[in-house]
Design a protein around this ligand. Structure first.
Ligand code: ADP
Length: 110
């Protein structure tokens, strides 16, 4: 998270297919607990599939924004369907949506 400057990490398997997501709050919760963080596997604290909300590259930004609001999360993985599972090909976050919002308003001089 620190190295890549992201708030959420998507966990993938050996085929680059999505298995879960870990956020800052998940890590904080684990840190507050009594477990040894250095020995704790990430799958213990992650939100796992099929509970991860995803989007696909053709989905509209407004639908993605609605998911972020309704589910109260910071980001969604963009996935591609493969025969091995959902391959992660990108991410959309509140920051992405905000940047688009600013660009649109600037372009249209609203
Ligand atoms: P933060 O922990 O920094 O507030 P979020 O609000 O995104 O970040 O995460 C809150 C919870 O939602 C965490 O438990 C996290 O695992 C989960 N979460 C984050 N992104 C998703 C997602 N795309 N689908 C399902 N759950 C998610």
């Amino acid at each position: 998270m620190f190295l890549e400057d992201v708030g959420t990490l998507f966990i993938i398997d050996e085929n680059s297919c999505l298995t879960g997501v870990v956020s800052r709050k998940d890590l904080l919760r684990a840190a507050i607990g009594k477990q040894d963080l250095n020995a704790l596997p990430v799958h213990i604290i992650m939100t796992r599939m099929p509970n991860v909300t995803v989007c696909r590259r053709e989905d509209s930004l407004i639908d993605v924004a609605k998911h972020l609001i309704n589910k109260q999360i910071d980001g969604l993985p963009v996935v591609k369907d493969t025969d091995k599972g959902l391959e992660v090909i990108g991410r959309v976050t509140k920051t992405t949506i905000t940047k688009v919002f600013v660009e649109l308003i600037t372009e249209n001089h609203i």
